[in-house]
Design a protein around this ligand. Structure first.
Ligand SMILES: NC(=O)c1ccc[n+]([C@@H]2O[C@H](COP(=O)([O-])OP(=O)(O)OC[C@H]3O[C@@H](n4cnc5c(N)ncnc54)[C@H](OP(=O)(O)O)[C@@H]3O)[C@@H](O)[C@H]2O)c1
Length: 287
């Protein structure tokens, strides 16, 4: 039997699928609309599968402030349905969440036990999904991740940060990047490996921070891209006030991955980035 992969066409879903096609039964929004909770429950109850992995999300962080119902239904209540059915069928549920459940007031990496305090509707809707998954199903895995980039690019956000910096690098203008927001850049390929390893090892269920090791500001992340792609000198640090956002974002949302790292190897974000760039672009290593 296979694992049902919900959100199989997304950035993370695509990487998971490409790593082990036989393990997954892929569902896109053509197979299931997560806004239809009754249909979701019915389909999940009757489908033969040995576990559920949910990579689908309402990911449009700014638009979520207006499309509140969509965000809460897809990121929250649909996850509750998945957890309820998975519990009833005694199969695991893997659900992916976000660093945006935190308010960013800490100055050291967030641990799994830290209290959530989302600043946005997106963050609040994902926090709801987390708590429904964990409260309705003792066999649920909630994997908080952050600042994802993968070959496919985010379906909902139409791309990712790395690709957009590389595109800017192809022109001759200075590249201004925010230097006062800190996070944990993570490759979807590495996150997919983490999920596969957790399945293989039968890691205990619960809440985990599933990110590459280390931390970066968007500026230092862009610098690392520039080093590898030959436009390091054109990257300039700016304050977040230069690029006003419609939503409040955590200023410091670095996730500590110590808990998961005790169980499976997690590599530094710089190594994951190098792999990504060499797969997607011609890396010229100019410093
Ligand atoms: N991207 C990031 O930087 C980031 C950061 C932190 C956490 N996360 C979390 O990581 C997970 C994976 O993110 P990602 O970047 O891989 O996402 P993504 O590429 O944007 O893909 C999201 C998927 O959700 C599916 N979806 C959206 N609305 C749906 C609906 N009503 N019914 C069924 N499916 C629906 C879409 O399916 P179709 O394509 O089939 O329409 C899409 O493929 C998500 O839980 C996200 O919240 C992402």
């Amino acid at each position: 039997m296979a694992f049902l992969l919900i959100g199989a066409r997304g950035q993370l879903g695509t990487d998971l699928l490409s790593k082990n096609r036989e393990l997954f039964l892929p569902w896109t929004s053509d197979e299931i609309n997560l806004l239809n909770l009754q249909e979701l429950e019915k389909k999940l109850e009757s489908l033969p599968c040995e576990g559920i992995i949910n990579c689908a999300a309402y990911n449009k962080t700014e638009l979520a402030e207006e499309e509140t119902l969509l965000a809460y239904t897809i990121n929250g209540h649909a996850v509750g349905v998945m957890a309820k059915v998975a519990h009833g069928r005694n199969i695991p549920l893997f659900h992916v969440s976000t660093d945006y459940v935190f308010d960013g007031k800490k100055e050291t990496p967030y641990q799994e036990g830290d209290l959530t305090a989302p600043l946005s509707i997106y963050g609040a809707s994902k926090a709801l999904g987390e708590s429904l998954a964990l409260s309705l199903h003792p066999g649920a895995y909630v994997l908080r991740t952050a600042s994802l980039y993968g070959l496919q690019g985010s379906r909902e956000k139409k791309g990712n940060f790395v690709d957009s910096i590389v595109q800017k690098g192809e022109k001759s203008d200075p590249i201004r990047v925010i230097d006062d927001i800190w996070m944990s850049p993570t490759a979807t390929s590495d996150l997919a490996d983490m999920i596969l390893k957790m399945i293989e090892d039968k890691t205990a269920p619960g809440l985990y921070h599933a990110v590459n090791s280390g931390e970066a500001s968007w500026f230092t992340f862009a610098q690392e891209i520039g080093k590898k792609m030959g436009f390091f000198d054109r990257i300039e640090p700016v304050s977040k006030s230069v690029f006003p956002s419609k939503i409040r974002r955590p200023t410091y949302s670095v996730l500590s991955n110590e808990k998961l790292a005790k169980k499976i190897p997690l590599r530094p974000w710089q190594e994951a980035l190098t792999d990504y760039l060499s797969k997607k672009f011609l890396v010229c290593e100019k410093y």
